[in-house]
Design a binder for this molecule. Structure first.
Ligand SMILES: Cc1cc2nc3c(=O)[nH]c(=O)nc-3n(C[C@H](O)[C@H](O)[C@H](O)COP(=O)(O)O)c2cc1C
Length: 564
């Protein structure tokens, strides 16, 4: 059935063609002449003929240019009129966001997720009236099981020690359970980085630098985790166009008081095994200084390779960890990855056991993670989502008997108390969030991070835009958001009857798997992955359900051996 009105606007547009364009143009020409005639008789305000004549001139200029060009069929077939389409297309996201989308709509973060963050950042009331808006009977609905004997939320532990003496760590760090995930200066503006850093200082949590090196904006009082990517920014040199790790530079920068931990970035969920991209139009002199890119103009994207030049096997990664630990004077060293092949993860654990070199933490990033710029196929279809990656790593570490050697950090759309608790129940010791903290800075999800035109000044190097970001105001919002989220998580943990978020288990969380079936997380997960307690992978003869995990474990050993 046609939804079009006969002779209505869609039909008019479809019938538009070059001949009609000319006829309308002649009509406009005649109207211009007539308006001049009427003006001569003093019957019209001079603005009207001027408008008609001006519009006619633009109409002819635009339309004839359309007919002359050969790149766009639409412009050839629908001269002048086609620009209406381009206009509406360019404002489609705004129309969608302001007029069409409901609270539950919008991706990657729905309006209701963002509202929670905005309200908490501004320390506004975040209670709601009249009950949940969610359909608690829809597939995928999740809930936490409270206790009849709740604990006091003031007693809930919200800090975690990262850095194990057994690993040789000499400067362990007491981290909050919720922190700012890696976002580089370059992806973010200077004022945005400064506001995050000052917010981290106010709230007593850490701020991950992202892979663009340590800039002056990161040194505003907040604790930082230095994200060392494949470009080795602030710890590398370029030789024959390739980036190499520089020990002296690393030693000097890692000694900075603000640097509390070092995170080697293997991959990131939004673009696993792809390498970083900073679009050329975002590179400024200050960014070039922080990254060592040399003098401008910068006509090419600053792309860091997908692989590290400092290591290429699991054993070499362990040796690199040891090197960084020694050079940094024993600061906690870890690595970040989005999980791809479970057997490769197993090969890393084999290397740790064999070399007796352990990282102090592993950060698991989910494929749902964010980025400043990445190819859509990598964002949409590569890498393991955070929940599965985290459970796999947690269980494999337990099965290998080495879970106690390190902490697991997780990132992937953690934005409120429940998502924080759920992630910890899935195996994380602490969490990071990137985009949620961008929202606390005032990000409106304009999706322009890669275009240097971010209207809120957060992901642009255009000073006209970034100077509008009020650092002192936003840094308060960053710490407000952090405090409210940790409080919410503590209240949930206490409601479940615990005083340590790590004691929340899959038995405390439920999910509606389909229309009639609900399961605890433990039951649901044990169907797909064995839940390990300690050392099972090292034992002979595993129960059948653990065959898959054992298979990965054994394949991991083959990979590890073949690379030595
Ligand atoms: C603008 C932006 C820049 C990012 N830059 C980096 C980076 O430099 N290094 C890195 O390891 N991850 C980077 N990430 C990934 C985040 O640190 C994080 O792992 C991911 O977005 C998942 O967290 P989220 O869901 O809370 O955003 C970036 C993310 C965003 C949104």
């Amino acid at each position: 059935m046609s939804t079009r009105l006969p002779g209505g606007i869609p039909d008019f547009i479809e019938k538009w063609n070059p001949a009609l364009f000319h006829q309308v143009g002649y009509g406009l020409g005649a109207a211009s002449m007539a308006s001049l005639g009427i003006l001569a008789n003093d019957m019209l305000h001079p603005a009207l003929p001027a408008t008609i004549i001006g519009f006619t001139a633009i109409y002819w200029k635009v339309g004839t240019d359309d007919l002359k060009q050969t790149n766009h069929t639409l412009r050839n077939n629908f001269p002048f009129l086609c620009h209406m389409r381009y206009l509406f297309e360019s404002i489609r996201p705004e129309i969608q966001q302001y007029l069409i989308e409901s609270d539950a709509d919008a991706t990657p973060f729905s309006r209701s997720m963002r509202s929670t963050i905005y309200q908490r950042s501004k320390a506004q009331s975040d209670t709601r009236a009249l009950g949940t808006m969610r359909d608690v009977y829809e597939e995928g609905y999740e809930w936490g099981a409270h206790s009849m004997f709740p604990a006091d939320h003031h007693d809930v532990k919200t800090r975690v020690k990262v850095g194990n003496k057994l690993n040789g760590c000499l400067q362990p760090y007491s981290a909050s359970i919720f922190n700012i995930s890696a976002m580089s200066y370059g992806a973010l503006s200077g004022p945005a980085v400064t506001a995050l850093n000052k917010g981290a200082e106010r709230g007593g949590f850490y701020h991950n630098t992202g892979e663009g090196g340590i800039s002056k904006f990161h040194l505003n009082g907040g604790d930082i985790v230095w994200n060392v990517g494949t470009g080795y920014f602030a710890c590398g040199k370029t030789v024959d166009g390739k980036r190499f790790f520089d020990e002296e530079m690393f030693k000097e920068n890692s000694a900075k008081h603000a640097v509390k931990m070092i995170e080697i970035k293997l991959s990131q969920g939004a673009k696993p095994a792809h390498g970083g991209i900073l679009p050329a139009n975002k590179i400024t002199q200050e960014i070039s200084d922080a990254r060592g890119l040399g003098p401008g103009p910068w006509t090419e994207d600053c792309a860091s390779p997908p692989y590290h030049s400092a290591f290429s096997t699991p054993k070499q990664l362990c040796e690199f960890i040891l090197k960084l630990r020694t050079l940094s004077g024993g600061k906690p060293i870890g690595f970040k990855l989005c999980i791809g092949q479970p057997k490769e993860l197993a090969s890393l654990f084999h290397a740790m056991i064999d070399t007796d070199i352990y990282p102090d933490f592993i950060t698991i990033d989910g494929s749902e993670g964010g980025t400043g710029a990445a190819p859509p196929e990598f964002q949409d279809s590569m890498g393991m989502p955070m929940a599965e990656g985290l459970r796999l790593a947690d269980n494999m570490l337990k099965g290998a008997g080495i879970r106690n050697r390190l902490k697991l950090i997780a990132a992937g759309k953690v934005y409120n108390g429940f998502s924080l608790v759920r992630t910890m129940a899935n195996g994380a010791d602490l969490c990071n969030a990137a985009r949620a903290f961008m929202f606390s800075l005032g990000c409106i999800q304009a999706l322009k991070c890669n275009a240097n035109t971010c209207p809120t000044g957060i992901t642009t190097q255009n000073k006209n835009l970034s100077s509008g970001l009020n650092v002192s105001n936003k840094s308060v919002r960053v710490s407000n958001f952090h405090a409210a989220t940790v409080l919410s998580a503590s209240e949930i943990v206490a409601a479940m009857g615990h005083t340590n978020p790590r004691h929340v288990t899959g038995e405390d969380l439920w999910k509606r798997e389909n229309g009639i079936h609900v399961s605890t997380y433990s039951d649901m997960h044990s169907k797909y992955l064995p839940v390990m307690d300690g050392g099972e992978l090292l034992e002979e003869g595993m129960p059948k359900v653990q065959k898959k995990m054992k298979g990965w474990w054994e394949e991991g050993k083959v990979i590890y051996d073949s690379m030595n």
